[in-house]
Ligand binder design. Structure first.
Ligand SMILES: Nc1nc2c(ncn2[C@@H]2O[C@H](COP(=O)(O)OP(=O)(O)OP(=O)(O)O)[C@@H](O)[C@H]2O)c(=O)[nH]1
Ligand SMILES: [Mg+2]
Length: 413
């Protein structure tokens, strides 16, 4: 598991642990003991099977030889019992095999990102089915154009789609390729664009209290994302404070309170309509006084073209800077994947106003427009911290370039 609040564990350790999970080393004695135990088990199994066979033979013989009805019936009943036992054994073995396969599938799953794969693969079935429909064929200009169109349906944008298809043609042009080969090649090209943006945030690094501001347009998933992160941080032992900086709507304060209560993290709020910048200033002072690790600030949703609301956000940032010139330490822009290409404009506007330092993309579970994240990754040198794949606390995953790229084009496993 990747820690988002890895006070002791460094990110690299955690990544290595997640990626490789080496089998425990056994000493020579332990190995010998394990081998002896396995041999003993095999011997017992062999003897049991032999006894069963002998017993079965004997029952058959009795059934044949017995003259009186009662003995024959008894032998037949014994045989039936044996069959029932065999059937039971067969079902048990089947269940064990199913459990083994499930465990294997889990082990081969791209770990934390398995659910993302399922979610995205479902929503981008169009690309995947389109590639399957191409069948085995020559990778010529026509095929490349069809592939480009398919990628564009995921809102990747024409420029990035062209770059990706050009990339796969480099070594394969005019060669016959299968759907699976195309899928893998596309995934590799997309991963290459995404890889530099993969950066799991470790909130325990850096200054205390670390001030994290969440910004974005209305309904993009800011409050929900804070709630999900809060649940995780609570599990990982961070001392945090949530701040209801969305002072416009009473419901927004309530929504954050619900998440805070669920996670057992205090929520600071003002009266509805209070000055957001003032509230955040107070929150930072409180975090210092109480020696907290983190302050997660929710802000009101605002459309990127509403200048007045955007300057209010700029004011929040300015006021926080007064109390700590380095703060806010993170300004996380929360983007809703369902808006597709529109998200690009949001990144521009929020970067300009609030000095965005990282991204979260939500609602990837229910859209075919997830490709826009590739366009954003190509255009903006901003880390992508998390992706949202549902409404529940566990539905936020650290971003993985490989898992995302593979899921987008429907590479299984
Ligand atoms: N399916 C899905 N729904 C999500 C996800 N993230 C958030 N939502 C839902 O999107 C809706 C809006 O989420 P909020 O967290 O209230 O969004 P917000 O950015 O705080 O909205 P405002 O405060 O109005 O600007 C809610 O119904 C959430 O449950 C996600 O990853 N997947
Ligand atoms: Mg909100």
């Amino acid at each position: 598991m990747i820690l988002w609040f890895g006070k002791k564990k460094k990110l690299d350790d955690v990544k290595a642990a997640g990626a490789e999970m080496p089998a425990p080393e056994l000493s020579a004695e332990e190995r010998a003991a394990a081998e002896a135990a396995a041999a003993e088990k095999a011997e017992i199994e062999r003897k049991v099977a032999e006894a069963n066979r002998a017993w079965e033979e004997r029952q058959k013989q009795i059934a044949q030889e017995a003259e009186d009805e009662a003995a024959r019936a008894k032998a037949a009943a014994e045989l039936k019992l044996l069959e029932e036992r065999r059937e039971h054994e067969r079902l048990r073995a089947e269940a064990a095999e199913a459990a083994r396969l499930a465990a294997e599938a889990e082990a081969n799953d791209p770990g934390l990102f398995g659910r993302l794969g399922q979610g995205l693969a479902r929503s981008t079935a169009k690309i995947s089915e389109g590639i399957t429909a191409l069948g085995r064929r020559k990778l010529d200009d026509d095929t490349l154009e069809e592939l480009q169109d398919l990628l564009i349906t995921s809102d990747m944008g024409a420029k990035v789609a062209a770059r990706v298809t050009k990339g796969i043609a480099k070594e394969r042009f005019d060669r016959e390729v299968s759907s699976d080969e195309i899928r893998l090649a596309l995934a590799e090209e997309i991963e290459e664009i995404l890889r530099p943006r993969e950066k799991v945030v470790d909130f325990s690094d850096g200054p205390r209290p670390r001030i994290v501001l969440f910004v974005g347009v209305n309904g993009s998933g800011k409050t929900t994302t804070i709630g999900k992160i809060a649940s995780k941080l609570q599990e990982q032992g961070a001392k945090a404070l949530l701040v209801a900086g969305d002072t416009f709507r009473a419901a927004a304060i309530e929504q954050l309170k619900v998440w805070g209560e669920r996670a057992g993290i205090p929520v600071m709020h003002g009266a509805p309509g209070a000055d957001a910048a003032g509230l955040v200033y107070g929150a930072v002072e409180r975090a210092r006084a109480e020696d907290l690790d983190l302050v997660l600030v929710d802000t009101a949703g605002r459309l990127q073209n509403k200048t007045e609301l955007m300057s209010e956000l700029a004011k929040v940032v300015r006021v926080v800077r007064k109390i700590d010139p380095e703060a806010p330490h993170d300004v996380i822009l929360v983007l809703d994947a369902t808006v597709g290409q529109n998200a690009l404009g949001q990144v521009e506007a929020f970067r300009h106003t609030a000095g965005v330092t990282g991204l979260v993309m939500t609602k990837l579970d229910g859209t075919a427009k997830g490709g826009v994240l590739v366009a954003i990754a190509e255009a903006h040198d901003l880390p992508i911290h998390f992706v949202g794949i549902g409404e529940q606390a566990q539905d936020l995953r650290p971003f993985s370039a490989a898992a995302f790229a593979r899921a987008l084009v429907g590479v299984k496993g």
